[in-house]
Design a protein around this ligand. Structure first.
Ligand SMILES: [Zn+2]
Length: 44
């Protein structure tokens, strides 16, 4: 069973962005934010 996890990464500042501030950063600082999916794959 694969578990999907998503994180938001600000390309402009090279740091993680929390969900709560993602919209705020985009509006105020015009950050370029990308959505990264961290897929935890099970190795068997
Ligand atoms: Zn930023």
């Amino acid at each position: 069973m694969a578990q999907f996890k998503y994180v938001y990464w600000c390309v402009s500042h090279q740091q993680y962005v929390e969900l709560s501030v993602r919209r705020k950063l985009r509006d105020q600082q015009c950050c370029k934010i990308v959505k990264l999916n961290l897929t935890r794959s099970k190795t068997s």
